[in-house]
Design a binder for this molecule. Structure first.
Ligand SMILES: [Zn+2]
Length: 856
């Protein structure tokens, strides 16, 4: 779909939209009127063109506002161009550049997918209820009204919304006035500042809220349906207020609007959406029920809120000119969420979480052949979903901005940002504008440092070969299939060493350094650099492993050491047996983020079970040995004064113990399952999901039905999440069929959750075959339901993440290759095949060394 689409902004520059919308959720019909005022630019022509998708323009009028007075024209013809998403208003006479206003009356639909204007279903006291909301990013505003739907076409909006009487209606700006007309509530909202169409939003429904004010007087509200407990709004409200206060101080620029609303939407495709002044969320990313939300759940909520709040400036106030710079928005927000949450909750130590959550995802994705660079051309917004790879655009991009912060220092980073916001407020930019501002503030050539990282896919592996007082350092493009690596690719690599004679950057392919002593050096301190490290001299590698064991390495470095080792194994540079040997150095590890990567290494190791089932028992035995000392230290009971990391670590250890069939852990988990049935509050929210899972794994009679009924009865999103994780562990064919059959039933599984259920089933060794058969048999339904949605390309991606054998690789190819001509799927199918081929090759290559490791 690389059809070159003309930018409509080049022909007409809107300044204001007066927009009246009447979406009816019962009939799913939309009626509206828009008056677009703006400048016709370019050459004289006989038509004006606007975006629309699925709309029917029933009436149009063009008013020329020349100096002598107005003149109104009726277009001789209105034509709808489906393939270009356009409506053209043709005139008999030539239209010269100048001021025009265009009035259009139109009809459209309330969407059934989670985009444009759409309705979410939810249950309230046993009755089906609906809430209507919008999702306009990236190019769905055109489904709601004719417009110039390009981020550069910033304009002000006067929204008049018709909604049911007795319900709440909210939008980007405060309510100016409300009346009733023909049995509908008519709300006029205050004029918005100049902004992009994709940021316009509204919500109406039967909502509850809680409110507060920032120190600077901004009204902050958190909203949810009344099906959610009121107390679940409190945590978000505090973060929402403190988040704005933090960013006003950090950026040195006031929050640009009078209010900021945060709304939990029952059916929501992404995590959240930064509509200016009206942020919408998946319920799980906003609502923290004090009775059921875990520490990790609260961390997610705080990070998502701060991510979206950072967009109120970076993205909303200053916006990328075109979608090819979307990475700029998202990479930036992805770092700022950690900067803010670290300031609000320093005891959470979220920078370590950042490495485990974002860093590892970025490295793993960015090492698959065929991965795209962060900065990639986008000709049409339809391509965005194919390029919008969260591991790259968010995670890797965020890591690079963090590396840049380290490179220029926080003070200059903030100084540069303030200038950037001041210079470009209410306007649009390209990436280079930010580098200029940060370069001017720091006196460093930021473009030269950043562009090689952004314009090339992948990352380097740096090999350190130290013999005595001399070290050579060499960089090379790292890929899981090294035969496809690009040997000409070089990056400016910050070495982050504190050995005095070491250079700050490795810009060339290699360098040789005379060291002040024979002491072994260490690079990438703090693990901020986006590259992996291999210490070639075995004594050197053993020395670093020893430093990990004795915790002379910090948390981020300990976990990166393990991650680097597993990456090197997957590319065939080392053997996975070496990774397992290294893992044994972590037997006294007590840090939660490090355990996160240890669990990931174990998950990697479990893939070998698919090729040799005989490995299951020794892998479980190794795991029981690894967890024992932490299990002894942490036990089952939360202590009032323990660090939050221990609360999370306890869950990790117990979950691993359940998998490893640790007898004491399984017995206690099953007892707690019985306790839960009597008194749900008696079981920690952190452990609840694991305990459900233990009951399912152990085939406790009645457990499956009990948990399935719980899922159907509850509106609690944390509980629902735990139930997905637990129920999909079933080993029973009939139960797996039951779960799969529910996926197409909207009343049982919300659209936003379908991919979660499916990926968990695909990843289970017991359910994989049935889930894969189901996916293939129901592809028509998947396509129909998710085609317009960002999550559509997750389906081939999830399947690729789950498979380990040559047989499934072949079936994957047979099924997905014919679907490759769908632009939304092309890239993820190609990458899925690469991912599977490299994985199958790795498992074949390392099977013998891994078998040898376990038989020793
Ligand atoms: Zn974002």
């Amino acid at each position: 779909m690389s059809k070159k689409v003309k930018r409509l902004f080049e022909g007409f520059r809107p300044e204001n939209y007066r927009l009246e919308l009447n979406p009816d959720r019962d009939t799913l019909r939309l009626e509206g009127t828009v008056v677009i005022t703006g400048q016709k630019t370019g050459r004289p022509s006989q038509r004006l063109t606007f975006h629309q998708h699925g709309l029917r323009i029933v009436e149009a009028r063009i008013t020329k506002q020349d100096k002598k007075g107005k003149r109104t024209l009726l277009p001789s013809r209105i034509s709808h161009h489906r393939s270009f998403d356009e409506v053209r208003l043709h005139t008999d006479e030539l239209l010269y550049p100048g001021q025009y206003s265009v009035t259009m009356r139109f009809e459209g639909t309330v969407q059934e997918g989670m985009h444009g204007i759409y309705a979410s279903d939810y249950q309230m006291e046993g009755n089906r209820r609906q809430l209507v909301s919008t999702q306009f990013e990236s190019h769905h505003a055109r489904e709601a009204f004719p417009c110039i739907d390009e981020p550069e076409a910033k304009a002000t909006f006067d929204l008049i919304l018709l909604s049911p009487v007795g319900e709440t209606a909210i939008a980007n700006t405060p309510v100016q006035s409300q009346t009733e007309k023909d049995g509908k509530l008519v709300t006029t909202f205050e004029t918005t500042p100049k902004m992009s169409t994709y940021l316009l939003a509204f919500v109406f429904g039967d909502l509850q809220y809680k409110e507060t004010k920032t120190a600077s007087g901004i009204d902050v509200r958190v909203w949810a349906t009344k099906a959610q407990p009121a107390a679940s709004l409190d945590f978000a409200l505090g973060v929402a207020r403190r988040g704005i206060e933090f960013f006003e101080e950090y950026y040195g620029v006031p929050y640009p609007l009078a209010k900021c609303d945060h709304v939990a939407i029952p059916d929501f495709s992404a995590g959240a959406m930064e509509n200016w002044g009206l942020i919408t969320y998946r319920e799980r990313c906003l609502l923290a029920d004090p009775a059921t939300t875990s520490q990790s759940g609260r961390e997610v909520i705080a990070l998502v809120i701060c991510h979206e709040l950072s967009h109120m400036w970076f993205g909303d106030l200053v916006t990328m000119r075109w979608w090819n710079d979307l990475w700029l928005n998202e990479s930036f927000a992805n770092v700022m969420e950690y900067v803010a949450v670290d300031a609000l909750f320093p005891e959470w130590e979220v920078w370590n979480t950042c490495v485990t959550q974002e860093g590892l995802a970025a490295f793993r994705r960015d090492s698959i052949p065929g991965v795209q660079a962060i900065k990639t051309e986008v000709h049409h917004p339809d391509e965005i979903s194919t390029l919008f790879d969260p591991s790259i655009v968010y995670a890797k991009g965020g890591r690079l901005i963090r590396m840049l912060m380290q490179y220029i220092g926080t003070a200059d980073f903030r100084k540069g940002l303030k200038q950037y916001f001041t210079d470009h407020a209410y306007a649009n930019t390209v990436g280079e504008d930010l580098w200029k501002a940060l370069g001017a503030a720091s006196g460093k050539d930021v473009s030269a440092f950043m562009n090689p990282w952004l314009e090339r896919s992948g990352f380097p592996a740096v090999t350190v070969d130290q013999k005595g007082g001399n070290a050579t350092l060499q960089q090379a493009h790292f890929l899981l299939d090294l035969t496809k690596a690009d040997s000409s690719r070089l990056w400016p690599v910050p070495l982050l060493s504190d050995t005095p004679s070491m250079p700050a950057l490795l810009a060339d392919r290699d360098t040789s350094v005379a060291l002040p002593s024979h002491e072994f050096i260490r690079i990438n301190r703090g693990a901020v650099g986006h590259y992996i490290v291999r210490y070639a001299n075995p004594e050197h590698a053993a020395h670093i492993a020893g430093q990990a064991a004795s915790k002379q390495l910090g948390v981020a470095e300990r976990l990166m050491l393990l991650s680097d080792s597993s990456m090197l194994a997957r590319a065939g540079i080392e053997s996975f047996a070496a990774t397992l040997n290294l893992l044994e150095h972590y037997i006294h590890e007590d840090s939660e983020p490090v355990w996160d990567i240890m669990a990931l290494i174990i998950a990697d190791c479990r893939r070998f079970i698919d090729v040799d089932p005989g490995l299951e028992a020794p892998i479980k035995a190794l795991l029981r040995k690894l967890i024992q000392s932490e299990f002894d230290r942490l036990g089952w009971e939360e202590r009032a004064d323990e660090p939050v990391q221990d609360i999370k670590l306890r869950a990790t250890i117990i979950a691993l113990g359940v998998y490893a069939e640790h007898a004491a852990i399984v017995t206690q988990a099953l007892e707690l399952f019985e306790t839960y049935k009597q008194d749900a509050q008696a079981v920690s929210s952190e452990l609840r999901g694991i305990i459900f899972g233990a009951a399912i794994r152990s085939r406790v009679p009645g457990a499956f039905t009990y948990l399935l009924e719980m899922d159907e009865a509850t509106q609690n999103v944390d509980l629902k999440q735990d139930l997905i994780g637990a129920l999909t562990l079933t080993k029973e064919t009939k139960e797996i069929d039951t779960l799969l059959a529910r996926l197409t039933d909207k009343d049982k599984v919300r659209q936003q959750d379908v991919d979660h259920w499916l990926v968990y089933l695909l990843r289970s060794r017991y359910a994989r075959r049935q889930a894969w058969d189901w996916l293939r048999a129901n592809w028509g339904w998947i396509e129909k339901t998710f085609k317009e949605d960002k999550s559509y390309d997750y389906f081939p991606r999830y399947a690729a993440s789950a498979f380990n054998t040559n047989d499934l690789l072949k079936e994957y190819k047979t099924f997905f290759e014919p679907l490759s001509d769908q632009p939304a799927l092309t890239r993820n199918i190609a990458m899925g095949i690469e991912e599977l081929e490299t994985r199958v090759a790795w498992l074949e290559r390392d099977l013998t060394p891994v078998q040898a490791y376990f038989s020793k």
